[in-house]
Design a protein around this ligand. Structure first.
Ligand code: FMN
Length: 78
């Protein structure tokens, strides 16, 4: 059952990349700032690998990139 749900989720996530209005096209990425506070923002999901590695594009100077360089703990909500 769990395996089936996981497989469906993977299918939906990967399918989102090719469908313009798919609800998983935009995700919320949360990072942790220097005060250990959560920070969330919308981003576009660009690629999802077979092993569920999620690729997103951003500017290396953005706050999220600064947060992730300091603390690689993050959460993605689709
Ligand atoms: C619909 C939508 C899609 C967005 N997609 C991206 C994205 O793919 N990458 C990105 O860096 N920012 C994206 N943004 C902007 C982010 O939400 C955010 O405002 C910006 O990246 C700065 O965030 P930060 O200062 O926390 O790093 C998007 C915003 C919206 C409304």
């Amino acid at each position: 059952m769990l395996q089936e749900l996981f497989s469906d989720l993977k299918h939906e996530l990967r399918g989102a990349l090719h469908k313009k209005k798919h609800p998983f096209k935009y995700v919320t990425l949360s990072t942790v700032d220097e005060q250990m506070a959560p920070r969330s923002r919308t981003i576009v999901l660009r690629e999802v690998s077979e092993s569920l590695e999620c690729i997103v594009f951003t500017d290396a100077r953005s706050e999220k990139a600064v947060h992730l360089n300091r603390n690689n703990k993050a959460c993605m909500l689709a």
